[in-house]
Design a protein around this ligand. Structure first.
Ligand code: MF3
Ligand code: CO
Length: 271
């Protein structure tokens, strides 16, 4: 569909009372190409770091590797100095839900489950994705949380089609998580991405079916659910103002991909 056709259809839906994306959220082919190039670097970084996730390694070391590799690839780490964030990626272990700050005092231990969240700026275009990594041998219950969370993300992605509602994504994620005995973090979500680090829409993962923004071809946003082994409640580290933890200290897992809404479905661009 071309831009004029998309605009006409959005105007029609808007007049029917739907929440619709503004036209600046509909990326042009040139912008999509730029976001894909940025995403390719993000994927390379997530691949690259895998071999370094081992018992005894500090999260600051992992961060340094990500930082240096990003620069080597001609890009900039988006988290660094973003609203005061001090490092080049987020690393969150076990009961850390997200936004863990890499530290020379944090040492990876056998059996930890670790989310490494990488975001890249390349030629002015932003990309964002994260994976879970196991440190050495991971206990079965934690591995199951990791696997179900990945599948929950995929369930959400399967809902992404033009002219359907964004709320379907969170409804599918939440249903899948509940079915497997896990809870979903309510307060933190995905986001539009591409021309900026965080754009509209906000993407919740406990939303209701047939609610929220209408999806249209050319939209680019992240799907990044956080599933908890215990309850959904979380709190923010009062000292560093970033790191989110589960209240019950049970483990949490997260996977993140960026998707592009196409004419007939979606494309995962950070795989
Ligand atoms: N990648 C995280 C996200 O999904 C980034 C959080 S902001 C940061 O939005 F400064 F902590 F990187
Ligand atoms: Co994100």
């Amino acid at each position: 569909m071309n831009r004029d056709e998309i605009k006409a259809k959005l105007d029609e839906y808007k007049s029917l009372g739907y929440e619709v994306p503004s036209m600046d959220l509909i990326k042009t082919p040139e912008q999509i190409e730029g976001i894909k190039q940025s995403s390719a670097i993000n994927i390379a970084l997530l691949d690259y770091i895998e071999d370094f996730v081992k018992p005894g390694v500090t999260t600051a070391f992992v961060d340094t590797l990500i930082h240096e590799k990003t620069i080597e690839l001609g890009a900039t780490p988006a988290p660094l100095n973003y609203e005061g964030f001090p490092k080049s990626c987020c690393i969150s272990i076990d009961d850390q839900v997200c936004h863990g700050i890499p530290s020379s005092k944090e040492i990876l231990m056998e059996g930890d489950i670790v989310n490494i969240d990488v975001s890249t700026i390349y030629n002015g275009y932003f990309s964002d994705s994260s994976r879970m990594y196991g440190v050495g041998e991971v206990p079965k219950d934690k591995q199951r949380l990791v696997d179900v969370t990945r599948e929950a993300m995929m369930e959400g992605i399967r809902q992404v089609k033009p002219w359907t509602r964004l709320g379907n994504v969170g409804a599918a994620v939440n249903a899948y998580a509940s079915k497997h005995g896990y809870t979903v973090v309510r307060e933190i979500g995905g986001h539009g991405v591409g021309l900026e680090f965080h754009e509209e829409p906000w993407v919740g993962f406990t939303t209701k079916k047939d609610t929220g923004m209408l999806l249209a071809p050319g939209m680019v946003f992240t799907i990044e659910p956080m599933l908890n082994a215990g309850g959904p409640d979380i709190f923010q580290d009062a000292d560093n103002g970033w790191t989110i933890y589960t209240c019950d200290q049970k483990p949490s897992a997260q996977w993140e991909n960026t998707v592009l809404v196409t004419d007939d479905g979606c494309e995962i661009i950070t795989y």
